[in-house]
Design a protein around this ligand. Structure first.
Ligand code: UTP
Length: 299
């Protein structure tokens, strides 16, 4: 039986990369194909066996909460109109998991957002899934969070996902220096938040999926702000790594930073291509656009 039944999804950032859209709509509510980003994140957690999901929300909190709640008027209308497939989909979404919403009153950083989930996770191990990162595995494979949960269940050690990035992108991420234990499975030796590529040889970046031992909360409680004046999760992970060890895993899945404009567009295209109702039309359109690009349009 899995020991990891709870997850924290931080979704209280300001979303400045997506202004002006995020002035009134939290970025986690922006749509990928036909559902908000947060839906795909919650779905990943649920498929990994998570039962209680703690949403760390800021402004626009109601839109996220309402999405996972009953909409009596709408459901009644769909039932009367015989639109059972849509009604089923809405019913499934609101029955997916226990969604518990906690307000992070100020966006003091990712570490602070995770610590806000303490009243619910208590002394239990828990997963963290960033609310603006989508990972989409391939048919039949366990998703990224499920792989981390399996590793935690086997080793009892906190485990994070890592992915290789280009040198020019190192300064956009938390970076882990690792040593490989077996193919795809590593021990973390050091962690840095958004280093310059000259400060580390490592190209292993943290894409926003973690499973932690509850001790990370004790460390976060006394964490001080650092880079950007924020309480960085990476700083507390360093302490956890020194005290109890930290594992890292690569994964087989597409991953999108949907809180970034390019990542958001890529997610819409790839998930659109995976959607049976859209794939033929979208594919045809992409091929037409590719031709135009080759012929020098859009430059
Ligand atoms: P980001 O750094 O991507 O979020 O944090 P941001 O601050 O909203 O982004 P920009 O740069 O201004 O566009 C990663 C995740 O952590 C959450 C965000 O909502 C996002 O899902 N977060 C970040 C919080 O919940 N609270 C915070 O104080 C900071």
């Amino acid at each position: 039986m899995s020991r990891v039944k709870k997850a924290i999804i931080p979704a209280a950032g300001l979303g400045t990369r997506f202004l002006p859209a995020t002035k009134t709509v939290p970025k986690e509510m922006l749509t990928i194909v036909d559902a908000p980003i947060i839906f795909y994140v919650v779905e990943e957690a649920v498929k990994a066996g998570i039962e209680d999901i703690v949403l760390i929300a800021g402004r626009g909190k109601h839109a996220i909460e309402d999405f996972f709640d009953t909409s009596y008027e709408l459901e009644d209308r769909l039932a009367k109109d015989g639109k059972s497939h849509l009604l089923d989909r809405l019913t499934k979404i609101r029955s997916m998991a226990n969604i518990i919403s906690i307000r992070q009153k100020q966006a003091l950083g990712l570490g602070h957002a995770v610590l806000s989930g303490l009243p619910i996770v208590g002394k239990d191990p828990f997963a963290v899934l960033l609310g603006d990162e989508i990972t989409m595995g391939f048919h039949g494979e366990p998703n990224v969070t499920a792989q981390l949960v399996n590793s935690f269940n086997e080793t009892g050690t906190s485990t994070i996902a890592i992915m290789e990035v280009a040198e020019k992108d190192v300064s956009k991420y938390g970076i882990a220096e690792v040593s490989e234990q077996k193919p795809g499975f590593f021990k973390v030796n050091a962690l840095m938040e958004k280093p310059k590529p000259t400060e580390t040889k490592s190209r292993w970046a943290l894409p926003g999926r973690y499973v932690f031992d509850s001790e990370i909360m004790d460390i976060l409680k006394v964490a001080k702000p650092s880079l950007g004046g924020e309480i960085q999760l990476t700083d507390s992970m360093k302490v956890l790594c020194d005290k109890k060890g930290l594992n890292a895993m690569t994964f087989k899945a597409s991953r999108f930073d949907a809180g970034d404009k390019l990542g958001y567009l890529q997610a819409n295209i790839e998930l659109g291509l995976r959607n049976p109702d859209l794939q033929a039309g979208l594919r045809e359109y992409i091929l037409q656009v590719s031709e135009k690009i080759k012929n020098g349009s859009f430059v």
